[in-house]
Design a protein around this ligand. Structure first.
Ligand code: NAD
Length: 293
């Protein structure tokens, strides 16, 4: 059996998997591969699957499966799994850290000091305590964020078409209701036809003046041009994002826009998460060994 590690995983993974077969990171061996391990970079399209006639199993280290043609994989008998639970804490902690950093001007404070400037009077911080956080998509990550916000004494609202109750958030029946009441909106829904471009200029009109938007879900759930307009007009006080239309972003209007805070899609990239992902990948290969013969 040949296992192709196509994207970045923990360095311990090849050693862990070597008992199940040959392990390679040589993408030139795609045609021979029985198992392909991906994160977000490799796109398992129809063409990719057609070019891998021995492929039986794709494992996505992470949550979103929007880079896999699930319908075609099924048609071709290729099993597809993700490691959905592994990344929850890593992403929730990043979402929270973006929320803290953007309201405390952490980056401006540091860069101004590093440049020899003293801008104490200009840096006006605000507190999270007592503010309302609206979570769109209260699944695993949204819930983990809600728990952290609760510890910071925030009021937490949520909207999710599949969730009607949460121990950690006041779940509201409509998206609009959550958006209208929130000082912070954090996005945690998957990229679907129904969520693509959901945060657009019409939706942004419903935001509170001076609200903050945090996105560690998927870049394409917002319309970047409309977010930039809202930042310029002051409708949004800030946009913090880890996720983009493409990795890395190409010609994004956000680059250079005011009141932004960026990360290069590192939501899942903690040491602990990489180890957890490795454990789940190994168990998926072990459990499916018979089907891979
Ligand atoms: P999850 O499936 O547990 O939760 C997603 C929730 O979104 C579900 O409860 C679903 O019902 C809800 N949802 C669907 N459509 C919605 C809509 N229109 N409005 C509001 N909610 C909607 O998934 P999760 O583990 O919490 O991950 C959430 C997303 O985070 C993933 O789909 C992925 O896109 C993203 N993610 C990003 C990173 C990163 O590196 N930044 C890492 C992991 C996951």
């Amino acid at each position: 059996m040949l296992i192709l590690i196509s994207d970045a995983f923990d360095a311990s993974l090849p050693g862990k998997l070597s008992k199940y077969g040959d392990v390679t990171d040589d993408k030139g061996r795609q045609a021979e591969a029985n198992v392909v391990l991906i994160r977000s970079k490799t796109k398992v399209t129809k063409e990719y699957i057609d070019a891998a006639p021995n492929l039986k199993l794709v494992i996505r280290g992470g949550v979103g499966l929007d880079n896999v043609d699930l319908v075609y994989a099924k048609e071709k008998g290729v099993m597809v799994f993700n490691t959905a639970e592994a990344s929850t804490v890593a992403v929730a902690e990043l979402a929270f850290s973006l929320m803290i950093a953007i309201t405390n001007h952490t980056v401006a404070a540091h860069t101004s000091m590093a440049e020899g400037k003293w801008i104490k009077k200009e840096l006006k911080r605000t507190e999270l305590m007592g503010k309302t956080l609206g979570i769109l998509g209260i699944g695993r990550i949204g819930t983990a964020l809600a728990m952290r916000a609760d510890a910071f004494r925030m009021r937490v609202l949520a909207y999710d078409p599949a969730v009607f109750f949460s121990d950690f958030a006041d779940v509201r029946p409509t998206l609009e209701e959550v958006i209208r009441e929130s000082d912070y909106i954090s996005l945690h829904m998957p990229l679907l036809d129904s969520t693509k471009g959901l945060i657009n200029k019409d939706m942004l009109k419903l935001f509170k003046d001076g609200a903050y938007l945090v996105n560690t879900g998927r870049g394409k759930t917002v319309v970047e041009e409309d977010v930039v307009e809202a930042l310029k007009s002051g409708k949004l006080a800030g946009y913090a994002t880890d996720v983009w239309y493409s990795d890395p972003p190409e010609n994004s209007p956000l680059i250079g826009a005011p009141k932004t805070l960026f990360a290069p899609h590192i939501g899942a990239s903690t040491k602990e998460n990489m180890l957890r992902i490795g454990e789940i990948v190994e168990s998926l290969i072990r459990e499916n060994q018979d089907a891979l013969k």
